[in-house]
Design a protein around this ligand. Structure first.
Ligand code: HEM
Length: 484
């Protein structure tokens, strides 16, 4: 009897649940894709998919239903977008500006621009924007040169020493630049445990993202995963407290407008009245957004150049034409057009942020589709960048020349989104481009690199940034014709 009553109660609960969400089901019905099984939806399609180790597995989810398709993960509706036309509408709509909770939760932070929503996001975006104006970016150019040259010197120990993973050096380069350029904190990070800790925290973040039961704080906070994650970010948090303290002491008597343009000075400016937790989380998330993305993208660029030695030679020719071997000036940056095309093509083939998730806060029109409130839109940048409709039959090949202005004039503006677009577009995109260019010029004035990897065999994995499963294994030789 009790069993029958429980079943009836469950049935009534389910009917009520479906009734309350009837508009969502009605609209979802019209979005391409099957409905999956009752209650579980497409959960079974995820079995055997391995996004964490092979992002190409994610393509299987959308193959049949380009350019937009739905997936039901239990009662959550995901709408995956793989077209420039839909991306344009999506990223410019104010009805889906929010980062869904399940995607922000793995970072173990409440604040931080990348994961913030609503008023907090608006306020923090305004505060941080100050430090990303062109004149501020230009003032960082000496730092980009200094840190690039330091990395070149450190790499000397690897010359003619066979194959090694270059990503550790690049990580130290980018974290030092992020720390000094944004938080006025200058310390040596070569061989730092913090880099290893962040590296090992990433798969744990993916674990939380991909294990739906870890969405419940009650379960998560009692799990080994929780302890492991905090274990990996504790030292970074201690470092952040150290950074805040050092800068607070420096700014102690500084009321009103900040004296400098560092991000940290904006965050500490009393007029914004940010709590310690807000400042700490903002710095922590900013380090992940700025350091981690620059690090994996530069490592991927170097690996691609090590494999495509013909492209590397063209880049070297450009460097030799314009670089005198001292510093790359702001005025000279625009001269390195081929280098810029290499960076852009690398970010097309391996976009550092392969997906951008958004929560639909109000029912809205996504071109020919009506998207229900509470759906989760997944802007699948990785798939978009490989979509042959935009990039042609050679979409899967590494060809920097496709970014020649005349080759790009017919390509849809939203077919290429390494830094996303719209109101939440990457705040550091110009910083990232200037820094990458400066480093590559210094690097290829000094070294040549090779790799035994084959391009077709490289496996992109989501960590949650896009990394190469085979690692960034290269060998280094010093260029013979370097003009000192
Ligand atoms: C190649 C390097 C980089 C790539 C590929 C990249 C990519 C992105 C993407 C795709 C987003 C949008 C995420 C979304 O819409 O939800 C984003 C946001 C962001 N990026 Fe970057 N980024 C890079 C470098 C940087 C750097 C160097 C910084 C800082 C110095 C930075 C700071 C941020 C911040 C703070 C946000 C959040 C913006 C917001 O939500 O308002 N990024 N980045």
């Amino acid at each position: 009897m009790l069993l029958i009553l429980s079943l009836i109660a469950l049935l009534l609960f389910y009917i009520n649940f479906r009734w309350n969400r009837r508009r969502m089901y009605e609209l979802a019905e019209k979005i391409p894709g099957t409905n999956g099984l009752p209650i579980v939806g497409h959960m079974f399609s995820f079995i055997g998919l391995d996004l964490e180790n092979n992002l190409n597995d994610g393509m299987k989810l959308i193959k049949k239903n380009l350019p937009i398709s739905k997936i039901w993960a239990g009662s959550s509706l995901f709408v995956i977008v793989n077209s420039a036309e839909h991306s344009q509408t999506l990223l410019n709509s104010s009805d889906c500006l929010k980062i869904p909770f399940m995607f922000s939760r793995p970072f173990l932070a409440r604040y931080g621009l990348v994961i913030a929503n609503g008023d907090i996001w608006q306020k923090h975006r305004k505060i941080l924007s100050y430090s990303f104006k062109l004149n501020v970016l230009n003032s960082l150019q000496p730092l980009f040169n200094e840190k690039s040259k330091k990395c070149i010197d450190k790499l000397q120990s690897k010359v003619d020493c066979g194959y090694f993973n270059i990503s550790k050096f690049i990580a130290a380069l980018t974290i030092e630049t992020t720390m000094k350029g944004n938080f006025n904190y200058d310390q040596d990070f070569y061989g730092s445990k913090i880099i290893d800790d962040i590296d090992s925290a990433k798969p744990l973040m993916m674990k939380r993202l991909t294990q739906p039961w870890m969405n419940w704080e009650f379960i998560f906070q009692r799990s080994q995963l929780y302890k492991d994650m905090w274990g990996k970010i504790t030292e970074l948090h201690e470092k952040i407290d150290e950074i805040i303290e050092a800068n607070e002491m420096r700014n102690n008597n500084n009321e009103g407008e900040p004296e400098t343009t560092y991000v940290i000075d904006q965050l500490l400016n009393k007029k914004y009245n940010l709590s310690h937790e807000e400042i700490r989380d903002e710095i922590y998330i900013f380090i992940l957004a700025g350091y981690e993305t620059s690090s994996v993208s530069l490592s991927a660029i170097l690996l691609l150049l090590a494999i495509h030695t013909d492209v590397q030679q063209k880049l070297i020719n450009e460097v030799d034409e314009f670089f005198d071997g001292n510093d790359v000036s702001v005025e000279d940056l625009h001269k390195y057009k081929y280098t810029e095309m290499v960076i852009k093509e690398a970010l097309r083939i391996f976009p550092t942020i392969p997906i951008v998730p958004r929560k639909v806060t109000k029912e809205f029109q996504l071109n020919e589709h009506r998207i229900p409130k509470d759906a989760i839109l997944i802007e699948f940048i990785y798939a978009l960048h490989r979509n042959k409709d935009y990039w042609g039959e050679d979409a899967l090949k590494f060809i920097p020349e496709r970014f020649e202005p005349e080759n790009m004039k017919d390509i849809h503006t939203h077919a290429y989104l390494p830094f996303a677009a719209g109101k939440r577009m990457c705040i550091g995109h110009k910083y990232a481009m200037s820094f990458a260019k400066t480093f590559l010029v210094h690097f290829f004035k000094t070294y040549e690199i090779k790799s035994t990897h084959k391009f077709e065999e490289l496996t992109p994995k989501m960590t949650p940034t896009l990394e190469i499963a085979q690692k960034y294994i290269v060998s280094l030789t010093r260029r013979k014709n370097k003009s000192e």
